[in-house]
Design a protein around this ligand. Sequence first.
Ligand code: GLC
Length: 411
Amino acid sequence: MPPACVRRAIVSVSMDLRDAAFDLLKQNRRETGTGFTYTVPSPETYPYQWLWDSCFHAIMLAKFDPKAAISELKALLSRQLPDGMVPHIMFWNTKLTRPYNWGWGKSGVTSITQPPMVAYAVQRIYQQTHDAKFLEEILPPLFSFYQYLVDRRDPHDHHLISLINPDESGEDNSPRFDGPMHVGTDISFFGHMYERHKLVRANAVCSFDEEECMRKNFWVKDVPFNTILVKNLEILAKLAVLVGDKKVENYARWHGTLIAEAMREYMLEDGVFWSVEGERHERLKVPTWAHFMPLFAGLYTKDEAKNLVETHFHDHDSFRSSYGIRTVSKIDPSYRPSGFWRGPIWFVPHWFIYHGLRAYGFEEEALWLRTVSQRLIENNGFREYFNPETGKAYGAHHFTWGTLIVDMLDS
Ligand code: GLC
């Protein structure tokens, strides 16, 4: 705990930051045209609604405008597909051109999903509002999304949920996917994008039938996605208790436990979790920040977590830089300090790691992460990602992910 004078300084700086964050979330708010509002991650670069971004927006909006938070999630779930899948992008403003063909069908939304942080966001809203009506209304679509993931993304009952495209991880060109994408470590940003377009086209040939797409084109069981699922199923069970829905409660608890056990069985090696590929669960041995992610769902034992923090979090030659945690270890040949998801610091990983560290009682490390995160925003404004070697900011402006600093300061 810092001394009182330092704490007072943090509070006053954080007041400005809080106002700036809430202003940004207001400025980026849009109307769906169907009675809801949503938030664009960046007006210039990302002018649509994204699944996991919306969950982070709702977490933040719950703090100062819970009605807007509810509307954001209702907008999201209003575009849910009949099989329960929630698409990764919702295109509300039809005047804007769509970036590229994500394989939309009749519904006009994308045919892939993104990390399922929705239950977590609902819980945050409920904690602020105690709005039981909202909870009752949202539980059925929420449940059907998680049921879709468990049923359709795990065709062989291995209890690990699969991605059919790297973009479903939210870490579009992460080198974790280089092997399954059959690309080299030197691939450029646009070269990678070209390969992902090709994958979308190949999956369109399979009509986005999950099992066939996995078998033929791309089949990865990713550590962050499955961690998020475990945590969100745990929360879904708690929400179901509040609503008195035994069926959802039991389902969520049972599958959450199965996935957590399978993650330990197939993904844990040398003290860290690795994403795996295909039916045989071949480990994708690329050291990324995903090693820290299981802290968020309590998947490491206390001793394993201690070892992880000592060996990896504190390693300046690997993950730790003066500006934060690298998304890819510096020792990996794919590491590029300005390469989008191939090394730079991003806010969402920082936020997950922060909460994971707090949950295990690593207060000093969490405080350090929060301090460097705050500094990045104060020095650069709300930018998309940052060079771990120089602190230079890149990518989108007015990007909402940096607003999560307020949640780090609050928790
Ligand atoms: C980038 C990120 C993705 C995010 C999207 C909108 O594509 O990689 O995670 O959802 O931008 O912010």
